[in-house]
Design a protein around this ligand. Structure first.
Ligand code: GCB
Ligand code: CA
Length: 887
């Protein structure tokens, strides 16, 4: 008796919670209280001993920390999640489902020891019906997730870390057995399409999939109601439908008309809501789902560009990777949401959801904020010539289209990114090459055909790398409606001007294809600065120069229908060895979302509201060589959409500067100590101000010497944000000053850059840039400091590899690069005292490891400080020197 009451009370409660409008579907996360362990075997059974397992909450990845550590590679294998999930018998006879928003990359789900389903692919949702596996009360749910390399699952390789785990929400869902299908590719079961849009009306076609798990045929009413934002009904369809006993995923179509439809646009993303309700004959709601609806028309023209609701729009935005500092890809919904907000605030009207479909909240935000999107499946760098791989690609495309079908923001379906960048065939073997091209063509054709058959009114796109010819050779450029090109002229090679030359070439090569620049970007580590920036120095300043060049060239050409910066945010890529090892720094914001200067350049170009930003504002600890120790002039950029800006230093005006192309560079005579720079603009009669505060150290050996921190072989500055100090570039010694004597800048050993010498991951430090440059063959470092007691720190790391260069990009595989180091032995003496006779850095400490030695040195009789190096074998090196006056 009590039990019956309990059920009734629960049922009533549920009706209150879900509202009477929305049937009895219950969707709830079951993210907390999981036990986790990496384990290769079978941990699905109840009696399995989980003592010693870790308590985790979902979203979770097991790679969050090991993608950051210094050990090369990251764990790729199998992890298990287990949880006792309480299934309440809320309403008798309901079906129970487990829904996963995404798990990377192959998942097996077990309930009470039995396998209920398998899913392959790390970036799409999947749902399993577990009704027949559960009982009221506690049920053991065990999930194995495997992120090891699998030749039959895309992506095979890519420039990002394949974080493993249950990294998106997991839900427990209860639904009526007579339902809007829950298991049609884990979508809502409803697919909306708008046709014949005019100012007078728009037709909405809703295709709804129904399922009936009961043993009797069901006569039902399928109601589709469209509401405007105020909640007024603007269209209604009610149809009698019959679903036979046991039938699954039967489709019904309803056509509705909205009079005087309001458009979804980037400035006014008007959203209707579509309620799909399944009712029984008595009119009781059995099931209900709600979908967004946006009414918009758009088309691409190869010459004129893109038009949304009749209006020309240059598509500008970024791509976005789904990870965050220290957390891998296991982000909370709110963090995804913030990223999309960041993108909109930058002035974007487009987001390339790349290289894979992302969390549903990402798409919801794009709908709500008015960001157009392309969504793509992650076939990156290469394919496997197998039926299984092809089937998986088609399956991922199918899931993508169904799961993202109703988001009005989506206008493009994309597939394959730079798929000919790292093809595995031997280039000299013609037969191998031809066969590979053939397989590639087959897969691309199958994916293209599948997308078009599922959703013909959107565009398709293939993002290629700059070597367009090879894509033509494979015959795949003809397949998609749009072509994307990822261009990095002036970054990986060549000059910045190569960009516009390439654009012209591509337009000639593909005159009838609307072209998008699906990627362009430059790595920026916000700790690094340079006043003579060059590509691959990772400086803020080079990033600025790069974007200042690219953006106007893009805006100038209508045949470039759109362009997306690679990337919104810095992201993890295990194989990268840059200023920040394991991170790709091309984001306009960092892994913890610090906005870089480029972000503000975009704002200045794209936003109408006043934009004013002093560049390098995060450089709080600044320094520079100074003649008099009192002041030092350095340039400072201001980004603004005003035509002039007045700049003040410590309250005194430095003048009014005209702004060209949204930027002005002003020479600031920084003083020793605290500096306050103000930039002021006027727009529509109002004054706007931005302020930069920094501590500036005028480095000089004479007046009030405190310390000097110098990077040898470098033209860049490095801010150590942990110690709040600044490293400055080297200079040659001159009487009465400081600097090196002899040697040369270490030659560039990186694959792409001109400086610094190395982009190796320096072990034993997270201040890698201090060690990545060096002076080779240095004879001495001299500083004419006043008498006193000094701490002299010498920084070394052996960087030189004689034979091989490391493959920098995309070597996500486990390419082991063996390098031979030259045998380098040298002596060191400080102020005539020998401190090392036979120093062999590589032998003593290993190569690419940070070595710091501190020496206490008294200086007297005005003799200053001199550190001398003597060659024993090969030539001496020095990477950095820090001299601090103790007393
Ligand atoms: C590309 C790839 C992207 C990389 C990027 C880069 O072309 O599509 O995945 O991350 O270049 O930074 O090199
Ligand atoms: Ca989510």
């Amino acid at each position: 008796m009590y039990k019956v009451y309990r059920k009734i009370i629960l049922a009533c409660l549920l009706l209150i919670v879900a509202g009477t409008v929305c049937g009895q579907r219950v969707t709830q996360t079951i993210n907390d209280g999981w036990k986790f362990s990496l384990f290769e075997g079978d941990a699905s059974t109840a009696d399995f001993d989980v003592s010693g397992w870790t308590d985790v909450s979902i979203p979770h990845t097991w790679n969050a920390k090991d993608a950051e550590d210094e050990i090369p590679g990251y764990f790729r294998g199998k992890g298990w999640y287990r949880k006792a999930v309480t299934v309440e018998e809320l309403i008798v006879g309901q079906r129970v489902y487990l829904c996963f928003e995404g798990a990377n990359q192959e998942t097996n789900v077990f309930v009470n020891g039995k396998l209920v389903g398998n899913h392959k692919g790390g970036y799409s949702a999947f749902t399993f019906d577990v009704t027949d596996y559960v009982h009221t009360g506690r049920n053991l749910v065990a999930v194995s997730v495997d992120n090891s390399y699998n030749p039959d699952i895309a992506p095979l390789s890519a420039d990002f870390t394949f974080f493993g785990g249950l990294y998106r929400d997991v839900y427990l869902v209860y639904t009526s057995p007579v339902q809007l299908s829950t298991t049609h590719y884990a979508s809502s079961g409803v697919y909306l399409k708008t046709v014949g849009i005019t100012d007078a009306q728009a037709e909405v076609c809703a295709k709804t999939f129904l399922s009936n798990a009961l043993k009797s045929n069901q006569a039902l009413i399928l109601e589709t109601e469209i509401l405007d934002t105020d909640g007024n009904r603007v269209a209604l369809s009610a149809k009698k439908v019959n679903v036979k006993a046991g039938e699954k995923n039967v489709a019904f179509e309803a056509l509705m008309t909205i009079a005087q439809p309001k458009r979804w646009d980037v400035d006014s993303p008007y959203l209707y809501k579509v309620y799909s309700r399944l009712k029984n004959k008595k009119g009781e709601v059995l099931d209900c789902v709600v979908n967004p609806l946006g009414i918009r028309e758009y088309h691409f023209d190869a010459e004129k560009g893109f038009f949304l609701n009749g209006k020309y729009r240059k598509l500008i935005g970024t791509s976005r990777h789904q990870d965050y500092k220290g957390m891998g890809n296991a982000l909370r919904d709110e963090m995804h949401i913030r990223d999309i907000q960041l993108s909109k605030d930058m002035g974007s009207n487009f987001l390339r959801v790349a290289h894979y479909p992302q969390d549903p909240v990402v798409m919801q935000m794009c709908d709500k904020l008015g960001l157009l999107t392309s969504v793509e499946i992650p076939i990156v760098n290469a394919i496997t010539q197998s039926r299984a791989f092809m089937d998986n690609c088609v399956e991922q495309a199918t899931e993508m289209v169904y799961q993202n079908h109703n988001y009005p923001s989506v206008i493009i379906w994309a597939y394959m990114n730079e798929v000919l960048l790292r093809p595995p065939f031997n280039p000299d073997n013609k037969k191998e090459r031809a066969e590979y091209m053939k397989s590639l063509h087959q897969i691309a054709s199958a994916v293209e055909a599948q997308i078009r058959s599922l959703n013909s009114e959107r565009y398709t796109m293939l993002p290629c790398h700059s070597a367009s010819q090879i894509y033509q050779e494979a015959g795949i450029t003809e397949l998609p409606m749009l072509l994307g090109f990822n261009l990095y002229n002036g970054w990986y090679g060549g000059n910045l001007d190569g960009f516009e030359e390439k654009l012209e070439e591509l337009h000639k090569e593909f005159p009838h294809k609307p072209l998008l620049i699906t990627e362009y970007g430059a790595d920026v580590d916000t700790r690094i600065h340079s006043f003579s920036p060059v590509r691959f120095d990772f400086s803020c300043e080079f990033g600025s120069v790069y974007h200042e060049h690219y953006l106007p060239e893009i805006l100038k050409r209508d045949y470039i229908v759109g362009a997306m910066v690679w990337n919104l945010n810095d992201f993890y890529s295990e194989a990268r060895r840059n200023a920040m090892p394991h991170v790709n720094n091309k984001g306009l914001v960092s892994t913890d979302r610090e906005r870089k200067d480029g972000y503000f350049l975009y704002q200045a170009y794209l936003k109408e509201s006043p934009v004013l930003h002093i560049a390098s504002k995060s450089w709080k600890n600044r320094a520079g060589a100074s003649r008099d120790g009192k002041s030092c002039t350095q340039p400072l950029k201001v980004y603004t959409n005003a035509d002039k800006v007045e700049v003040f230093l410590n309250g005194k005006s430095l003048g009014v500067y005209p702004v060209a192309d949204k930027v002005v560079s002003v020479d600031i005579p920084f003083v020793n100590g605290k500096n306050v720079v103000d930039a002021v603009i006027e727009k529509e009669g109002r004054e706007y101000r931005d302020q930069y505060v920094c501590d500036f150290k005028c480095v000089n050996v004479k007046n009030g010497f405190t310390e000097i921190n110098v990077l040898l072989g470098a033209r860049r500055y490095f801010e150590d944000r942990i110690a709040e100090m600044c490293w400055i570039p080297e200079q040659a010694y001159a009487e009465g000053s400081w600097g090196y004597i002899g040697g040369e800048v270490a030659p560039n050993k990186t694959r792409y850059g001109s400086l610094p010498a190395s982009d190796k991951d320096i072990l034993g430090t997270d201040q890698d840039p201090i060690f990545q440059t060096q002076r080779v063959g240095i004879e001495a470092f001299k500083a004419d400091v006043p008498d006193g007691v000094y701490a002299v720190y010498l920084y070394w790391t052996e960087l030189t590899s004689e034979n091989k260069r490391e493959a920098l990009v995309y070597n996500l595989g486990n390419d082991v690069v063996r390098e031979d180091y030259i045998n380098r032995v040298f002596s060191v003496d400080i102020n005539g005292v020998s401190v090392a006779k036979q120093l062999n850095i590589a032998e003593e400490y290993g190569s690419e490891r940070a070595v710091i030695k501190k020496y206490i040195v008294p200086v007297s009789q005005g003799k200053g400080l001199v550190v001398r190096f003597g060659a024993v074998e090969s030539v001496p090196i020095l990477n950095a020197i820090r001299i601090v006056k103790e007393y």
